[in-house]
Design a protein around this ligand. Structure first.
Ligand SMILES: *Cc1c(COP(=O)(O)O)cnc(C)c1O
Length: 361
């Protein structure tokens, strides 16, 4: 029995989206970003679906260890690196690559003697002001790192783009130029581009690309959908009607009565809410598919339920199929209605939602 709320994952779409990355960056190696439980799609499931990539990237050490324990043998980079000697031990023993971005890490590495070695991604901060060394520190850091016995050569060089999803913002060009100028005399593979960099900025395509969101079939840009970019969404989110009832003019719906009925209509109650990861701030009017047809959300999203105005769909009944996002209703569109980005929607799907792999349907 499928529970009320479930997400269908079409894992064949992952291979399609990976091909799309290859078509945009045919000469680059691919580091598939699968942090945060594979953007909510399942860490191991996505690692399996993308098994032939050159490397995976995760954010944290424990995510890398989970992959190793599951038998993943691809190269794995840990984007936040390590913060203490114990974490460096874990990276060494599980053969995980570390991003090196601050002086504390440099000191921990310098204190260590072999024989085990670690591959590193030395990160330049080109303007995001999150992780990374500043350009004026970079040569010195590179030199110190090169002299550490546990560092495997060559040292990889990377930066991260802060606003690549805005194709009109010159800051991306400045970031790329600063990176290229800073690493010009240094050997080692380079990496700049996230999904928006891959799709929007030819100049960002270097030795390695780091696609995340596009692998899941979702657009990194605010004004397009994955489908418009030739990608195939992996995830769709579904539930069903659990009640259908008439409502009269003047009746209020949901907590705080934020929606007032202005002509009598039929309401549908859907078994999905913020307890499943449906966005609490989805506005009144957010489209929902009931039996494949669009109807508007009315009232507030509650923990376990939402309410829709079935309007002309008077034949709808409890048990009927509801899609919150999926074919015919892009997750990017829902994100706009909820004033968020699609990343948060797919990452936010909770434990309660049963995952169904499309092949098993
Ligand atoms: C998350 C992340 C990516 C992937 O970003 P997308 O926008 O999902 O493609 C790439 N590089 C770094 C350093 C990241 O943190």
């Amino acid at each position: 029995m499928i529970p009320a709320a479930y997400a269908v994952l079409d894992l064949n779409a992952a291979a399609h989206n990976l091909e799309k990355v290859r078509s945009f960056a045919p000469d680059a190696k691919i580091m598939a970003v699968i942090k945060a439980n594979g953007y909510g799609h399942g860490l191991l499931r996505i690692a399996k679906a993308l098994h032939d990539v050159d490397a995976f990237a995760v954010a944290r050490v424990d995510e890398g260890i989970r992959l190793r324990k599951a038998g993943v043998t691809n190269r794995i980079a840990v984007l936040e690196g390590f913060t203490c000697a114990e974490e460096l031990d874990e990276l060494l023993s599980h053969q995980l690559d570390a991003v090196v971005h601050c002086f504390t890490q440099l000191e921990i590495i310098a204190d260590r003697t072999g024989p085990a070695q670690i591959a590193v991604w030395l990160k330049l901060d080109t303007g995001m002001n999150r992780l990374g060394f500043k350009a004026h520190e970079f040569d010195e850091v590179y030199r110190r790192l090169s002299n550490c016995p546990i560092i495997r050569q060559p040292i990889n060089l990377m930066t991260h783009l802060a606003n690549a999803d805005d194709l009109s913002d010159d800051v991306t060009v400045s970031q790329i130029n600063l990176f290229n100028a800073t690493v010009a005399a240094l050997p080692g593979p380079r990496s700049i581009a996230n999904s928006a960099g891959i799709l929007g900025w030819q100049q960002a395509l270097t030795d390695w690309v780091r696609p995340g969101i596009m692998l899941y079939g979702i657009s990194p840009f605010p004004d397009s959908t994955g489908e418009q970019l030739g990608l195939k969404p992996i995830m769709s989110l579904h539930s069903r009607l659990i009640a259908v009832k008439p409502i009269e003019k003047g009746d209020k719906v949901g907590y705080a009565g934020t929606w007032v009925c202005d002509t009598s209509t039929t309401l549908g109650i859907v078994a999905i809410g913020y307890g499943d990861g449906y966005p609490r701030y989805a506005k009144i009017g957010t489209p929902v598919l009931v039996n494949g047809k669009r109807v508007p959300l009315v009232g507030r999203v509650s923990m376990d339920m939402i309410t829709v105005d079935l309007g002309s769909q008077t034949d709808a009944k409890p048990g009927d199929a509801v899609t919150l996002w999926g074919e015919g209703l892009a997750v990017e569109e829902i994100a706009r209605w909820a004033e968020t980005i699609p990343y948060t929607l797919v990452c936010g799907v909770t434990q309660r939602v049963q995952i169904v792999e499309a092949a098993s349907l």
